[in-house]
Design a protein around this ligand. Structure first.
Ligand code: AGP
Length: 619
């Protein structure tokens, strides 16, 4: 969702801020703005609705904004429509009608997250003479800081601490105080923010790619902590205003991996990076001296129930893992959407495990679900891609996927890395439970390590999917059907198609179709059947034939050797053979390509689909 950047150093801030914001564009936004200070002078604010390029043009690539201390923001509207007035930065005084220009205000700031009690705070501030120019909750929090700052004539430390105690919700805040030139103050609760220091200069960002070019050693601000950032140094404080000591974390990702490297879009680049993401993840787990998943075998052997909790594609990973874990380990698995789990009073057995899956490690619902599980005293395991993210830090145990930075809003390589991370967990659990032998485990691990080369083979043949996508790019509806593990893959294929191509699509358990949804099948409706499971193959074929006899055009996605698919399907796609538990890692690739090429054929913004954000940090 919204992106935050900040810079204080010896160079002009605005070009650095604009560049940082461009690295966060993938998160989704509808307006952008900068505030820059030149020494003791007042901050100059510039905002623009729409693409970052408008802000770029307005400021002549940042050159028109002079000063070496500044903050920047891309906004994804929550409170108030996308507009220049509602765009950040916000100020404690009055904003000009244009939203841009020098501001007299005491406090200028940007904010990610949601202030839940903003109306109550706004009413209080109205009584104290404050007037509001925007509809945002951010303006309220900036004015609240100003209120405490002026009322008690206290410095930023106490004003920020008082504000943090008073507001409810989530925030990553960046503030500049008129009386404190050369300083940026930041505060955080449940919304990510990092600070990097290099060569006497300081960088702030809500997400790693924005500062990778400058430094890979970053500080993570803890929950309910705040900090003063000056050129080349940072001081952290807790809510009592006491200093907190911190060490930096080294980010392994390199700057190139967050660039397109000659590909037309991040999504296709990341689809091609899947062999590496899978291999790196597997290699980090299966090492010479054992399986590197920190849960002890003694805990796993007595485990009676697993809850997998996640959102979107990560939830689909859970659905797929459910089949593998139940089959290999004989342990019950429930898969829950984090947004539902967090508000349900699900009785959780003490000897159970809650697994939270999240690429970003910052998804608000998944984080809340994790906290709920911890409150109930259940052990938690996070499967996360972003090192140091909130979910990674708060879970009892963390299993990192090594997909590298994923920029495209539609996840591909992180999803694939999550699939194999959960498969690896299933093998470790099965060994602990004694449901497989060491020999069988070795066989399964070898199969897992064959995935990268097999994905390469599928990618070599992507031209066929491209052709198919261009032929069907005008359709209005598509149905993805499958049984068992194939159903979980159908869910992901359907989401990929709808999120990047805006084609309505639904995924159904093939056997469920005839209980209502089949009434939507008409002449020419595209039905994609996923048929990788030997024992369910005939059943799903029968369901596809039912669709075909009602006029549907059938695409069959199966494994090499199942050539009888062509008797029923109009178009068949084959993936290499592999152990049935892991074939989802192969079957999903043609579906990702289908979504991608449909989007390209329709001329859409593949990497930044409308209304979507990469990391959903609000409810
Ligand atoms: C999928 O393409 C989406 N980007 C979305 O469903 C995503 O998987 C979901 O929002 C969860 O995100 P997370 O993995 O960062 O928690």
């Amino acid at each position: 969702m919204c992106g935050i950047v900040g810079f204080v150093g010896h160079r002009q801030a605005a070009p650095i801020l604009l560049e940082g914001l461009s690295k966060l564009e993938y998160r989704g936004y509808d307006s952008a703005g900068l505030a820059v200070r030149d020494g003791e002078k007042n901050a100059e604010v510039v905002k623009a609705k729409g693409r970052l390029s408008f802000l770029y043009d307005k400021t002549d690539g940042g050159k028109a904004l002079v000063g070496s201390c500044g903050i920047g923001h891309t906004r994804w509207a929550t409170h108030g429509e996308p507009s220049v007035t509602n765009a950040h930065p916000h100020v404690s005084g009055n904003c000009r009608a244009s939203g841009s220009g020098e501001v007299e205000s005491e406090v200028v700031g940007v904010h990610n997250g949601i202030i839940e009690n903003y109306q109550e705070l706004k009413d209080k501030l109205l009584k104290h003479g404050y007037r509001f120019y925007s509809q945002t909750d951010t303006e309220v929090v900036i004015k609240l800081v100003d209120y405490y700052y002026k009322k008690y004539r206290i410095g930023p430390i106490d004003a920020i601490a008082k504000t943090m105690v008073r507001v409810r919700g989530s925030y990553a805040l960046e503030l500049m105080f008129k009386d404190h030139p050369g300083e940026i103050w930041v505060a955080r609760k449940d919304s990510p923010m990092i600070i990097g220091i290099n060569d006497g200069e300081s960088y702030i960002a809500s997400d790693v790619p924005a500062i990778l070019k400058y430094t890979r050693d970053v500080y993570y601000i803890g929950n309910l902590e705040f900090a003063k950032v000056v050129p080349g140094a940072v001081t952290f404080y807790n809510l009592d205003g006491d200093e907190v000591k911190k060490d930096t974390t080294h980010i392994e990702w390199d700057a190139e991996s967050a660039e397109k490297a000659g590909y037309e879009h991040f999504m296709i680049k990341e689809i091609h990076e899947q062999p590496k993401a899978v291999k790196d993840t597997l290699s980090s787990i299966f090492q010479e001296d054992g399986i590197k998943i920190s849960l002890p075998s003694s805990f796993l052997s007595s485990l009676s129930q697993i809850y997998i909790v996640a959102c979107g594609s990560a939830w689909h990973v859970g659905l797929k893992a459910q089949y593998t874990i139940e089959d290999l380990c004989g342990v019950n698995v429930r898969v829950e959407m984090a947004s539902e789990f967090r508000y349900r009073n699900l009785p959780l057995a003490k000897d159970s495990l809650v697994i939270i899956i999240s690429q970003s490690g910052e998804t608000a619902d998944s984080l809340a679900a994790l906290r709920k599980a911890k409150e109930k005293g259940v052990r938690t395991l996070a499967v996360v891609n972003v090192v140091g993210s909130s979910i990674a830090r708060e879970a009892d145990d963390t299993l990192y996927t090594l997909a590298g930075p994923e920029i495209s809003v539609a996840t591909t390589k992180a999803y694939s890395a999550q699939l194999v991370a959960l498969d690896s967990f299933a093998i470790k659990l099965a060994l602990a439970k004694g449901t497989i032998t060491e020999e069988k485990a070795k066989e399964l691990i070898d199969e897992l390590f064959s995935i990268p080369a097999k994905i390469e083979r599928i990618l070599e043949d992507k031209g066929r999917i491209q052709w198919f996508a261009s032929k069907f790019s005008n359709i209005h509806d598509a149905f993805f059907v499958g049984r068992g593990l194939d159903y979980a893959i159908a869910m992901e294929g359907s989401l990929k198609l709808k999120e990047v191509s805006y084609i309505h699509s639904e995924a159904y358990a093939a056997g469920e179709l005839k209980h209502g949804t089949i009434s939507l099948i008409d002449q020419g409706t595209l039905v994609i059947g996923i048929l990788t499971q030997d024992d369910l193959y005939e059943k799903t074929i029968s369901n596809l034939v039912e669709c075909k006899s009602r006029g549907a055009y059938i695409m069959g996605l199966t494994s090499c050797g199942k050539y009888s698919t062509e008797d029923s399907a109009d178009f068949s796609v084959y993936v290499p053979r592999i152990d049935q538990h892991f074939i989802g890692s192969l079957a999903v690739v043609p579906l990702q390509l289908l979504g991608y090429y449909m989007s390209v054929s329709r001329g859409l913004d593949v990497d930044k689909p409308r209304n979507l954000a990469k990391s959903v940090t609000v409810e």
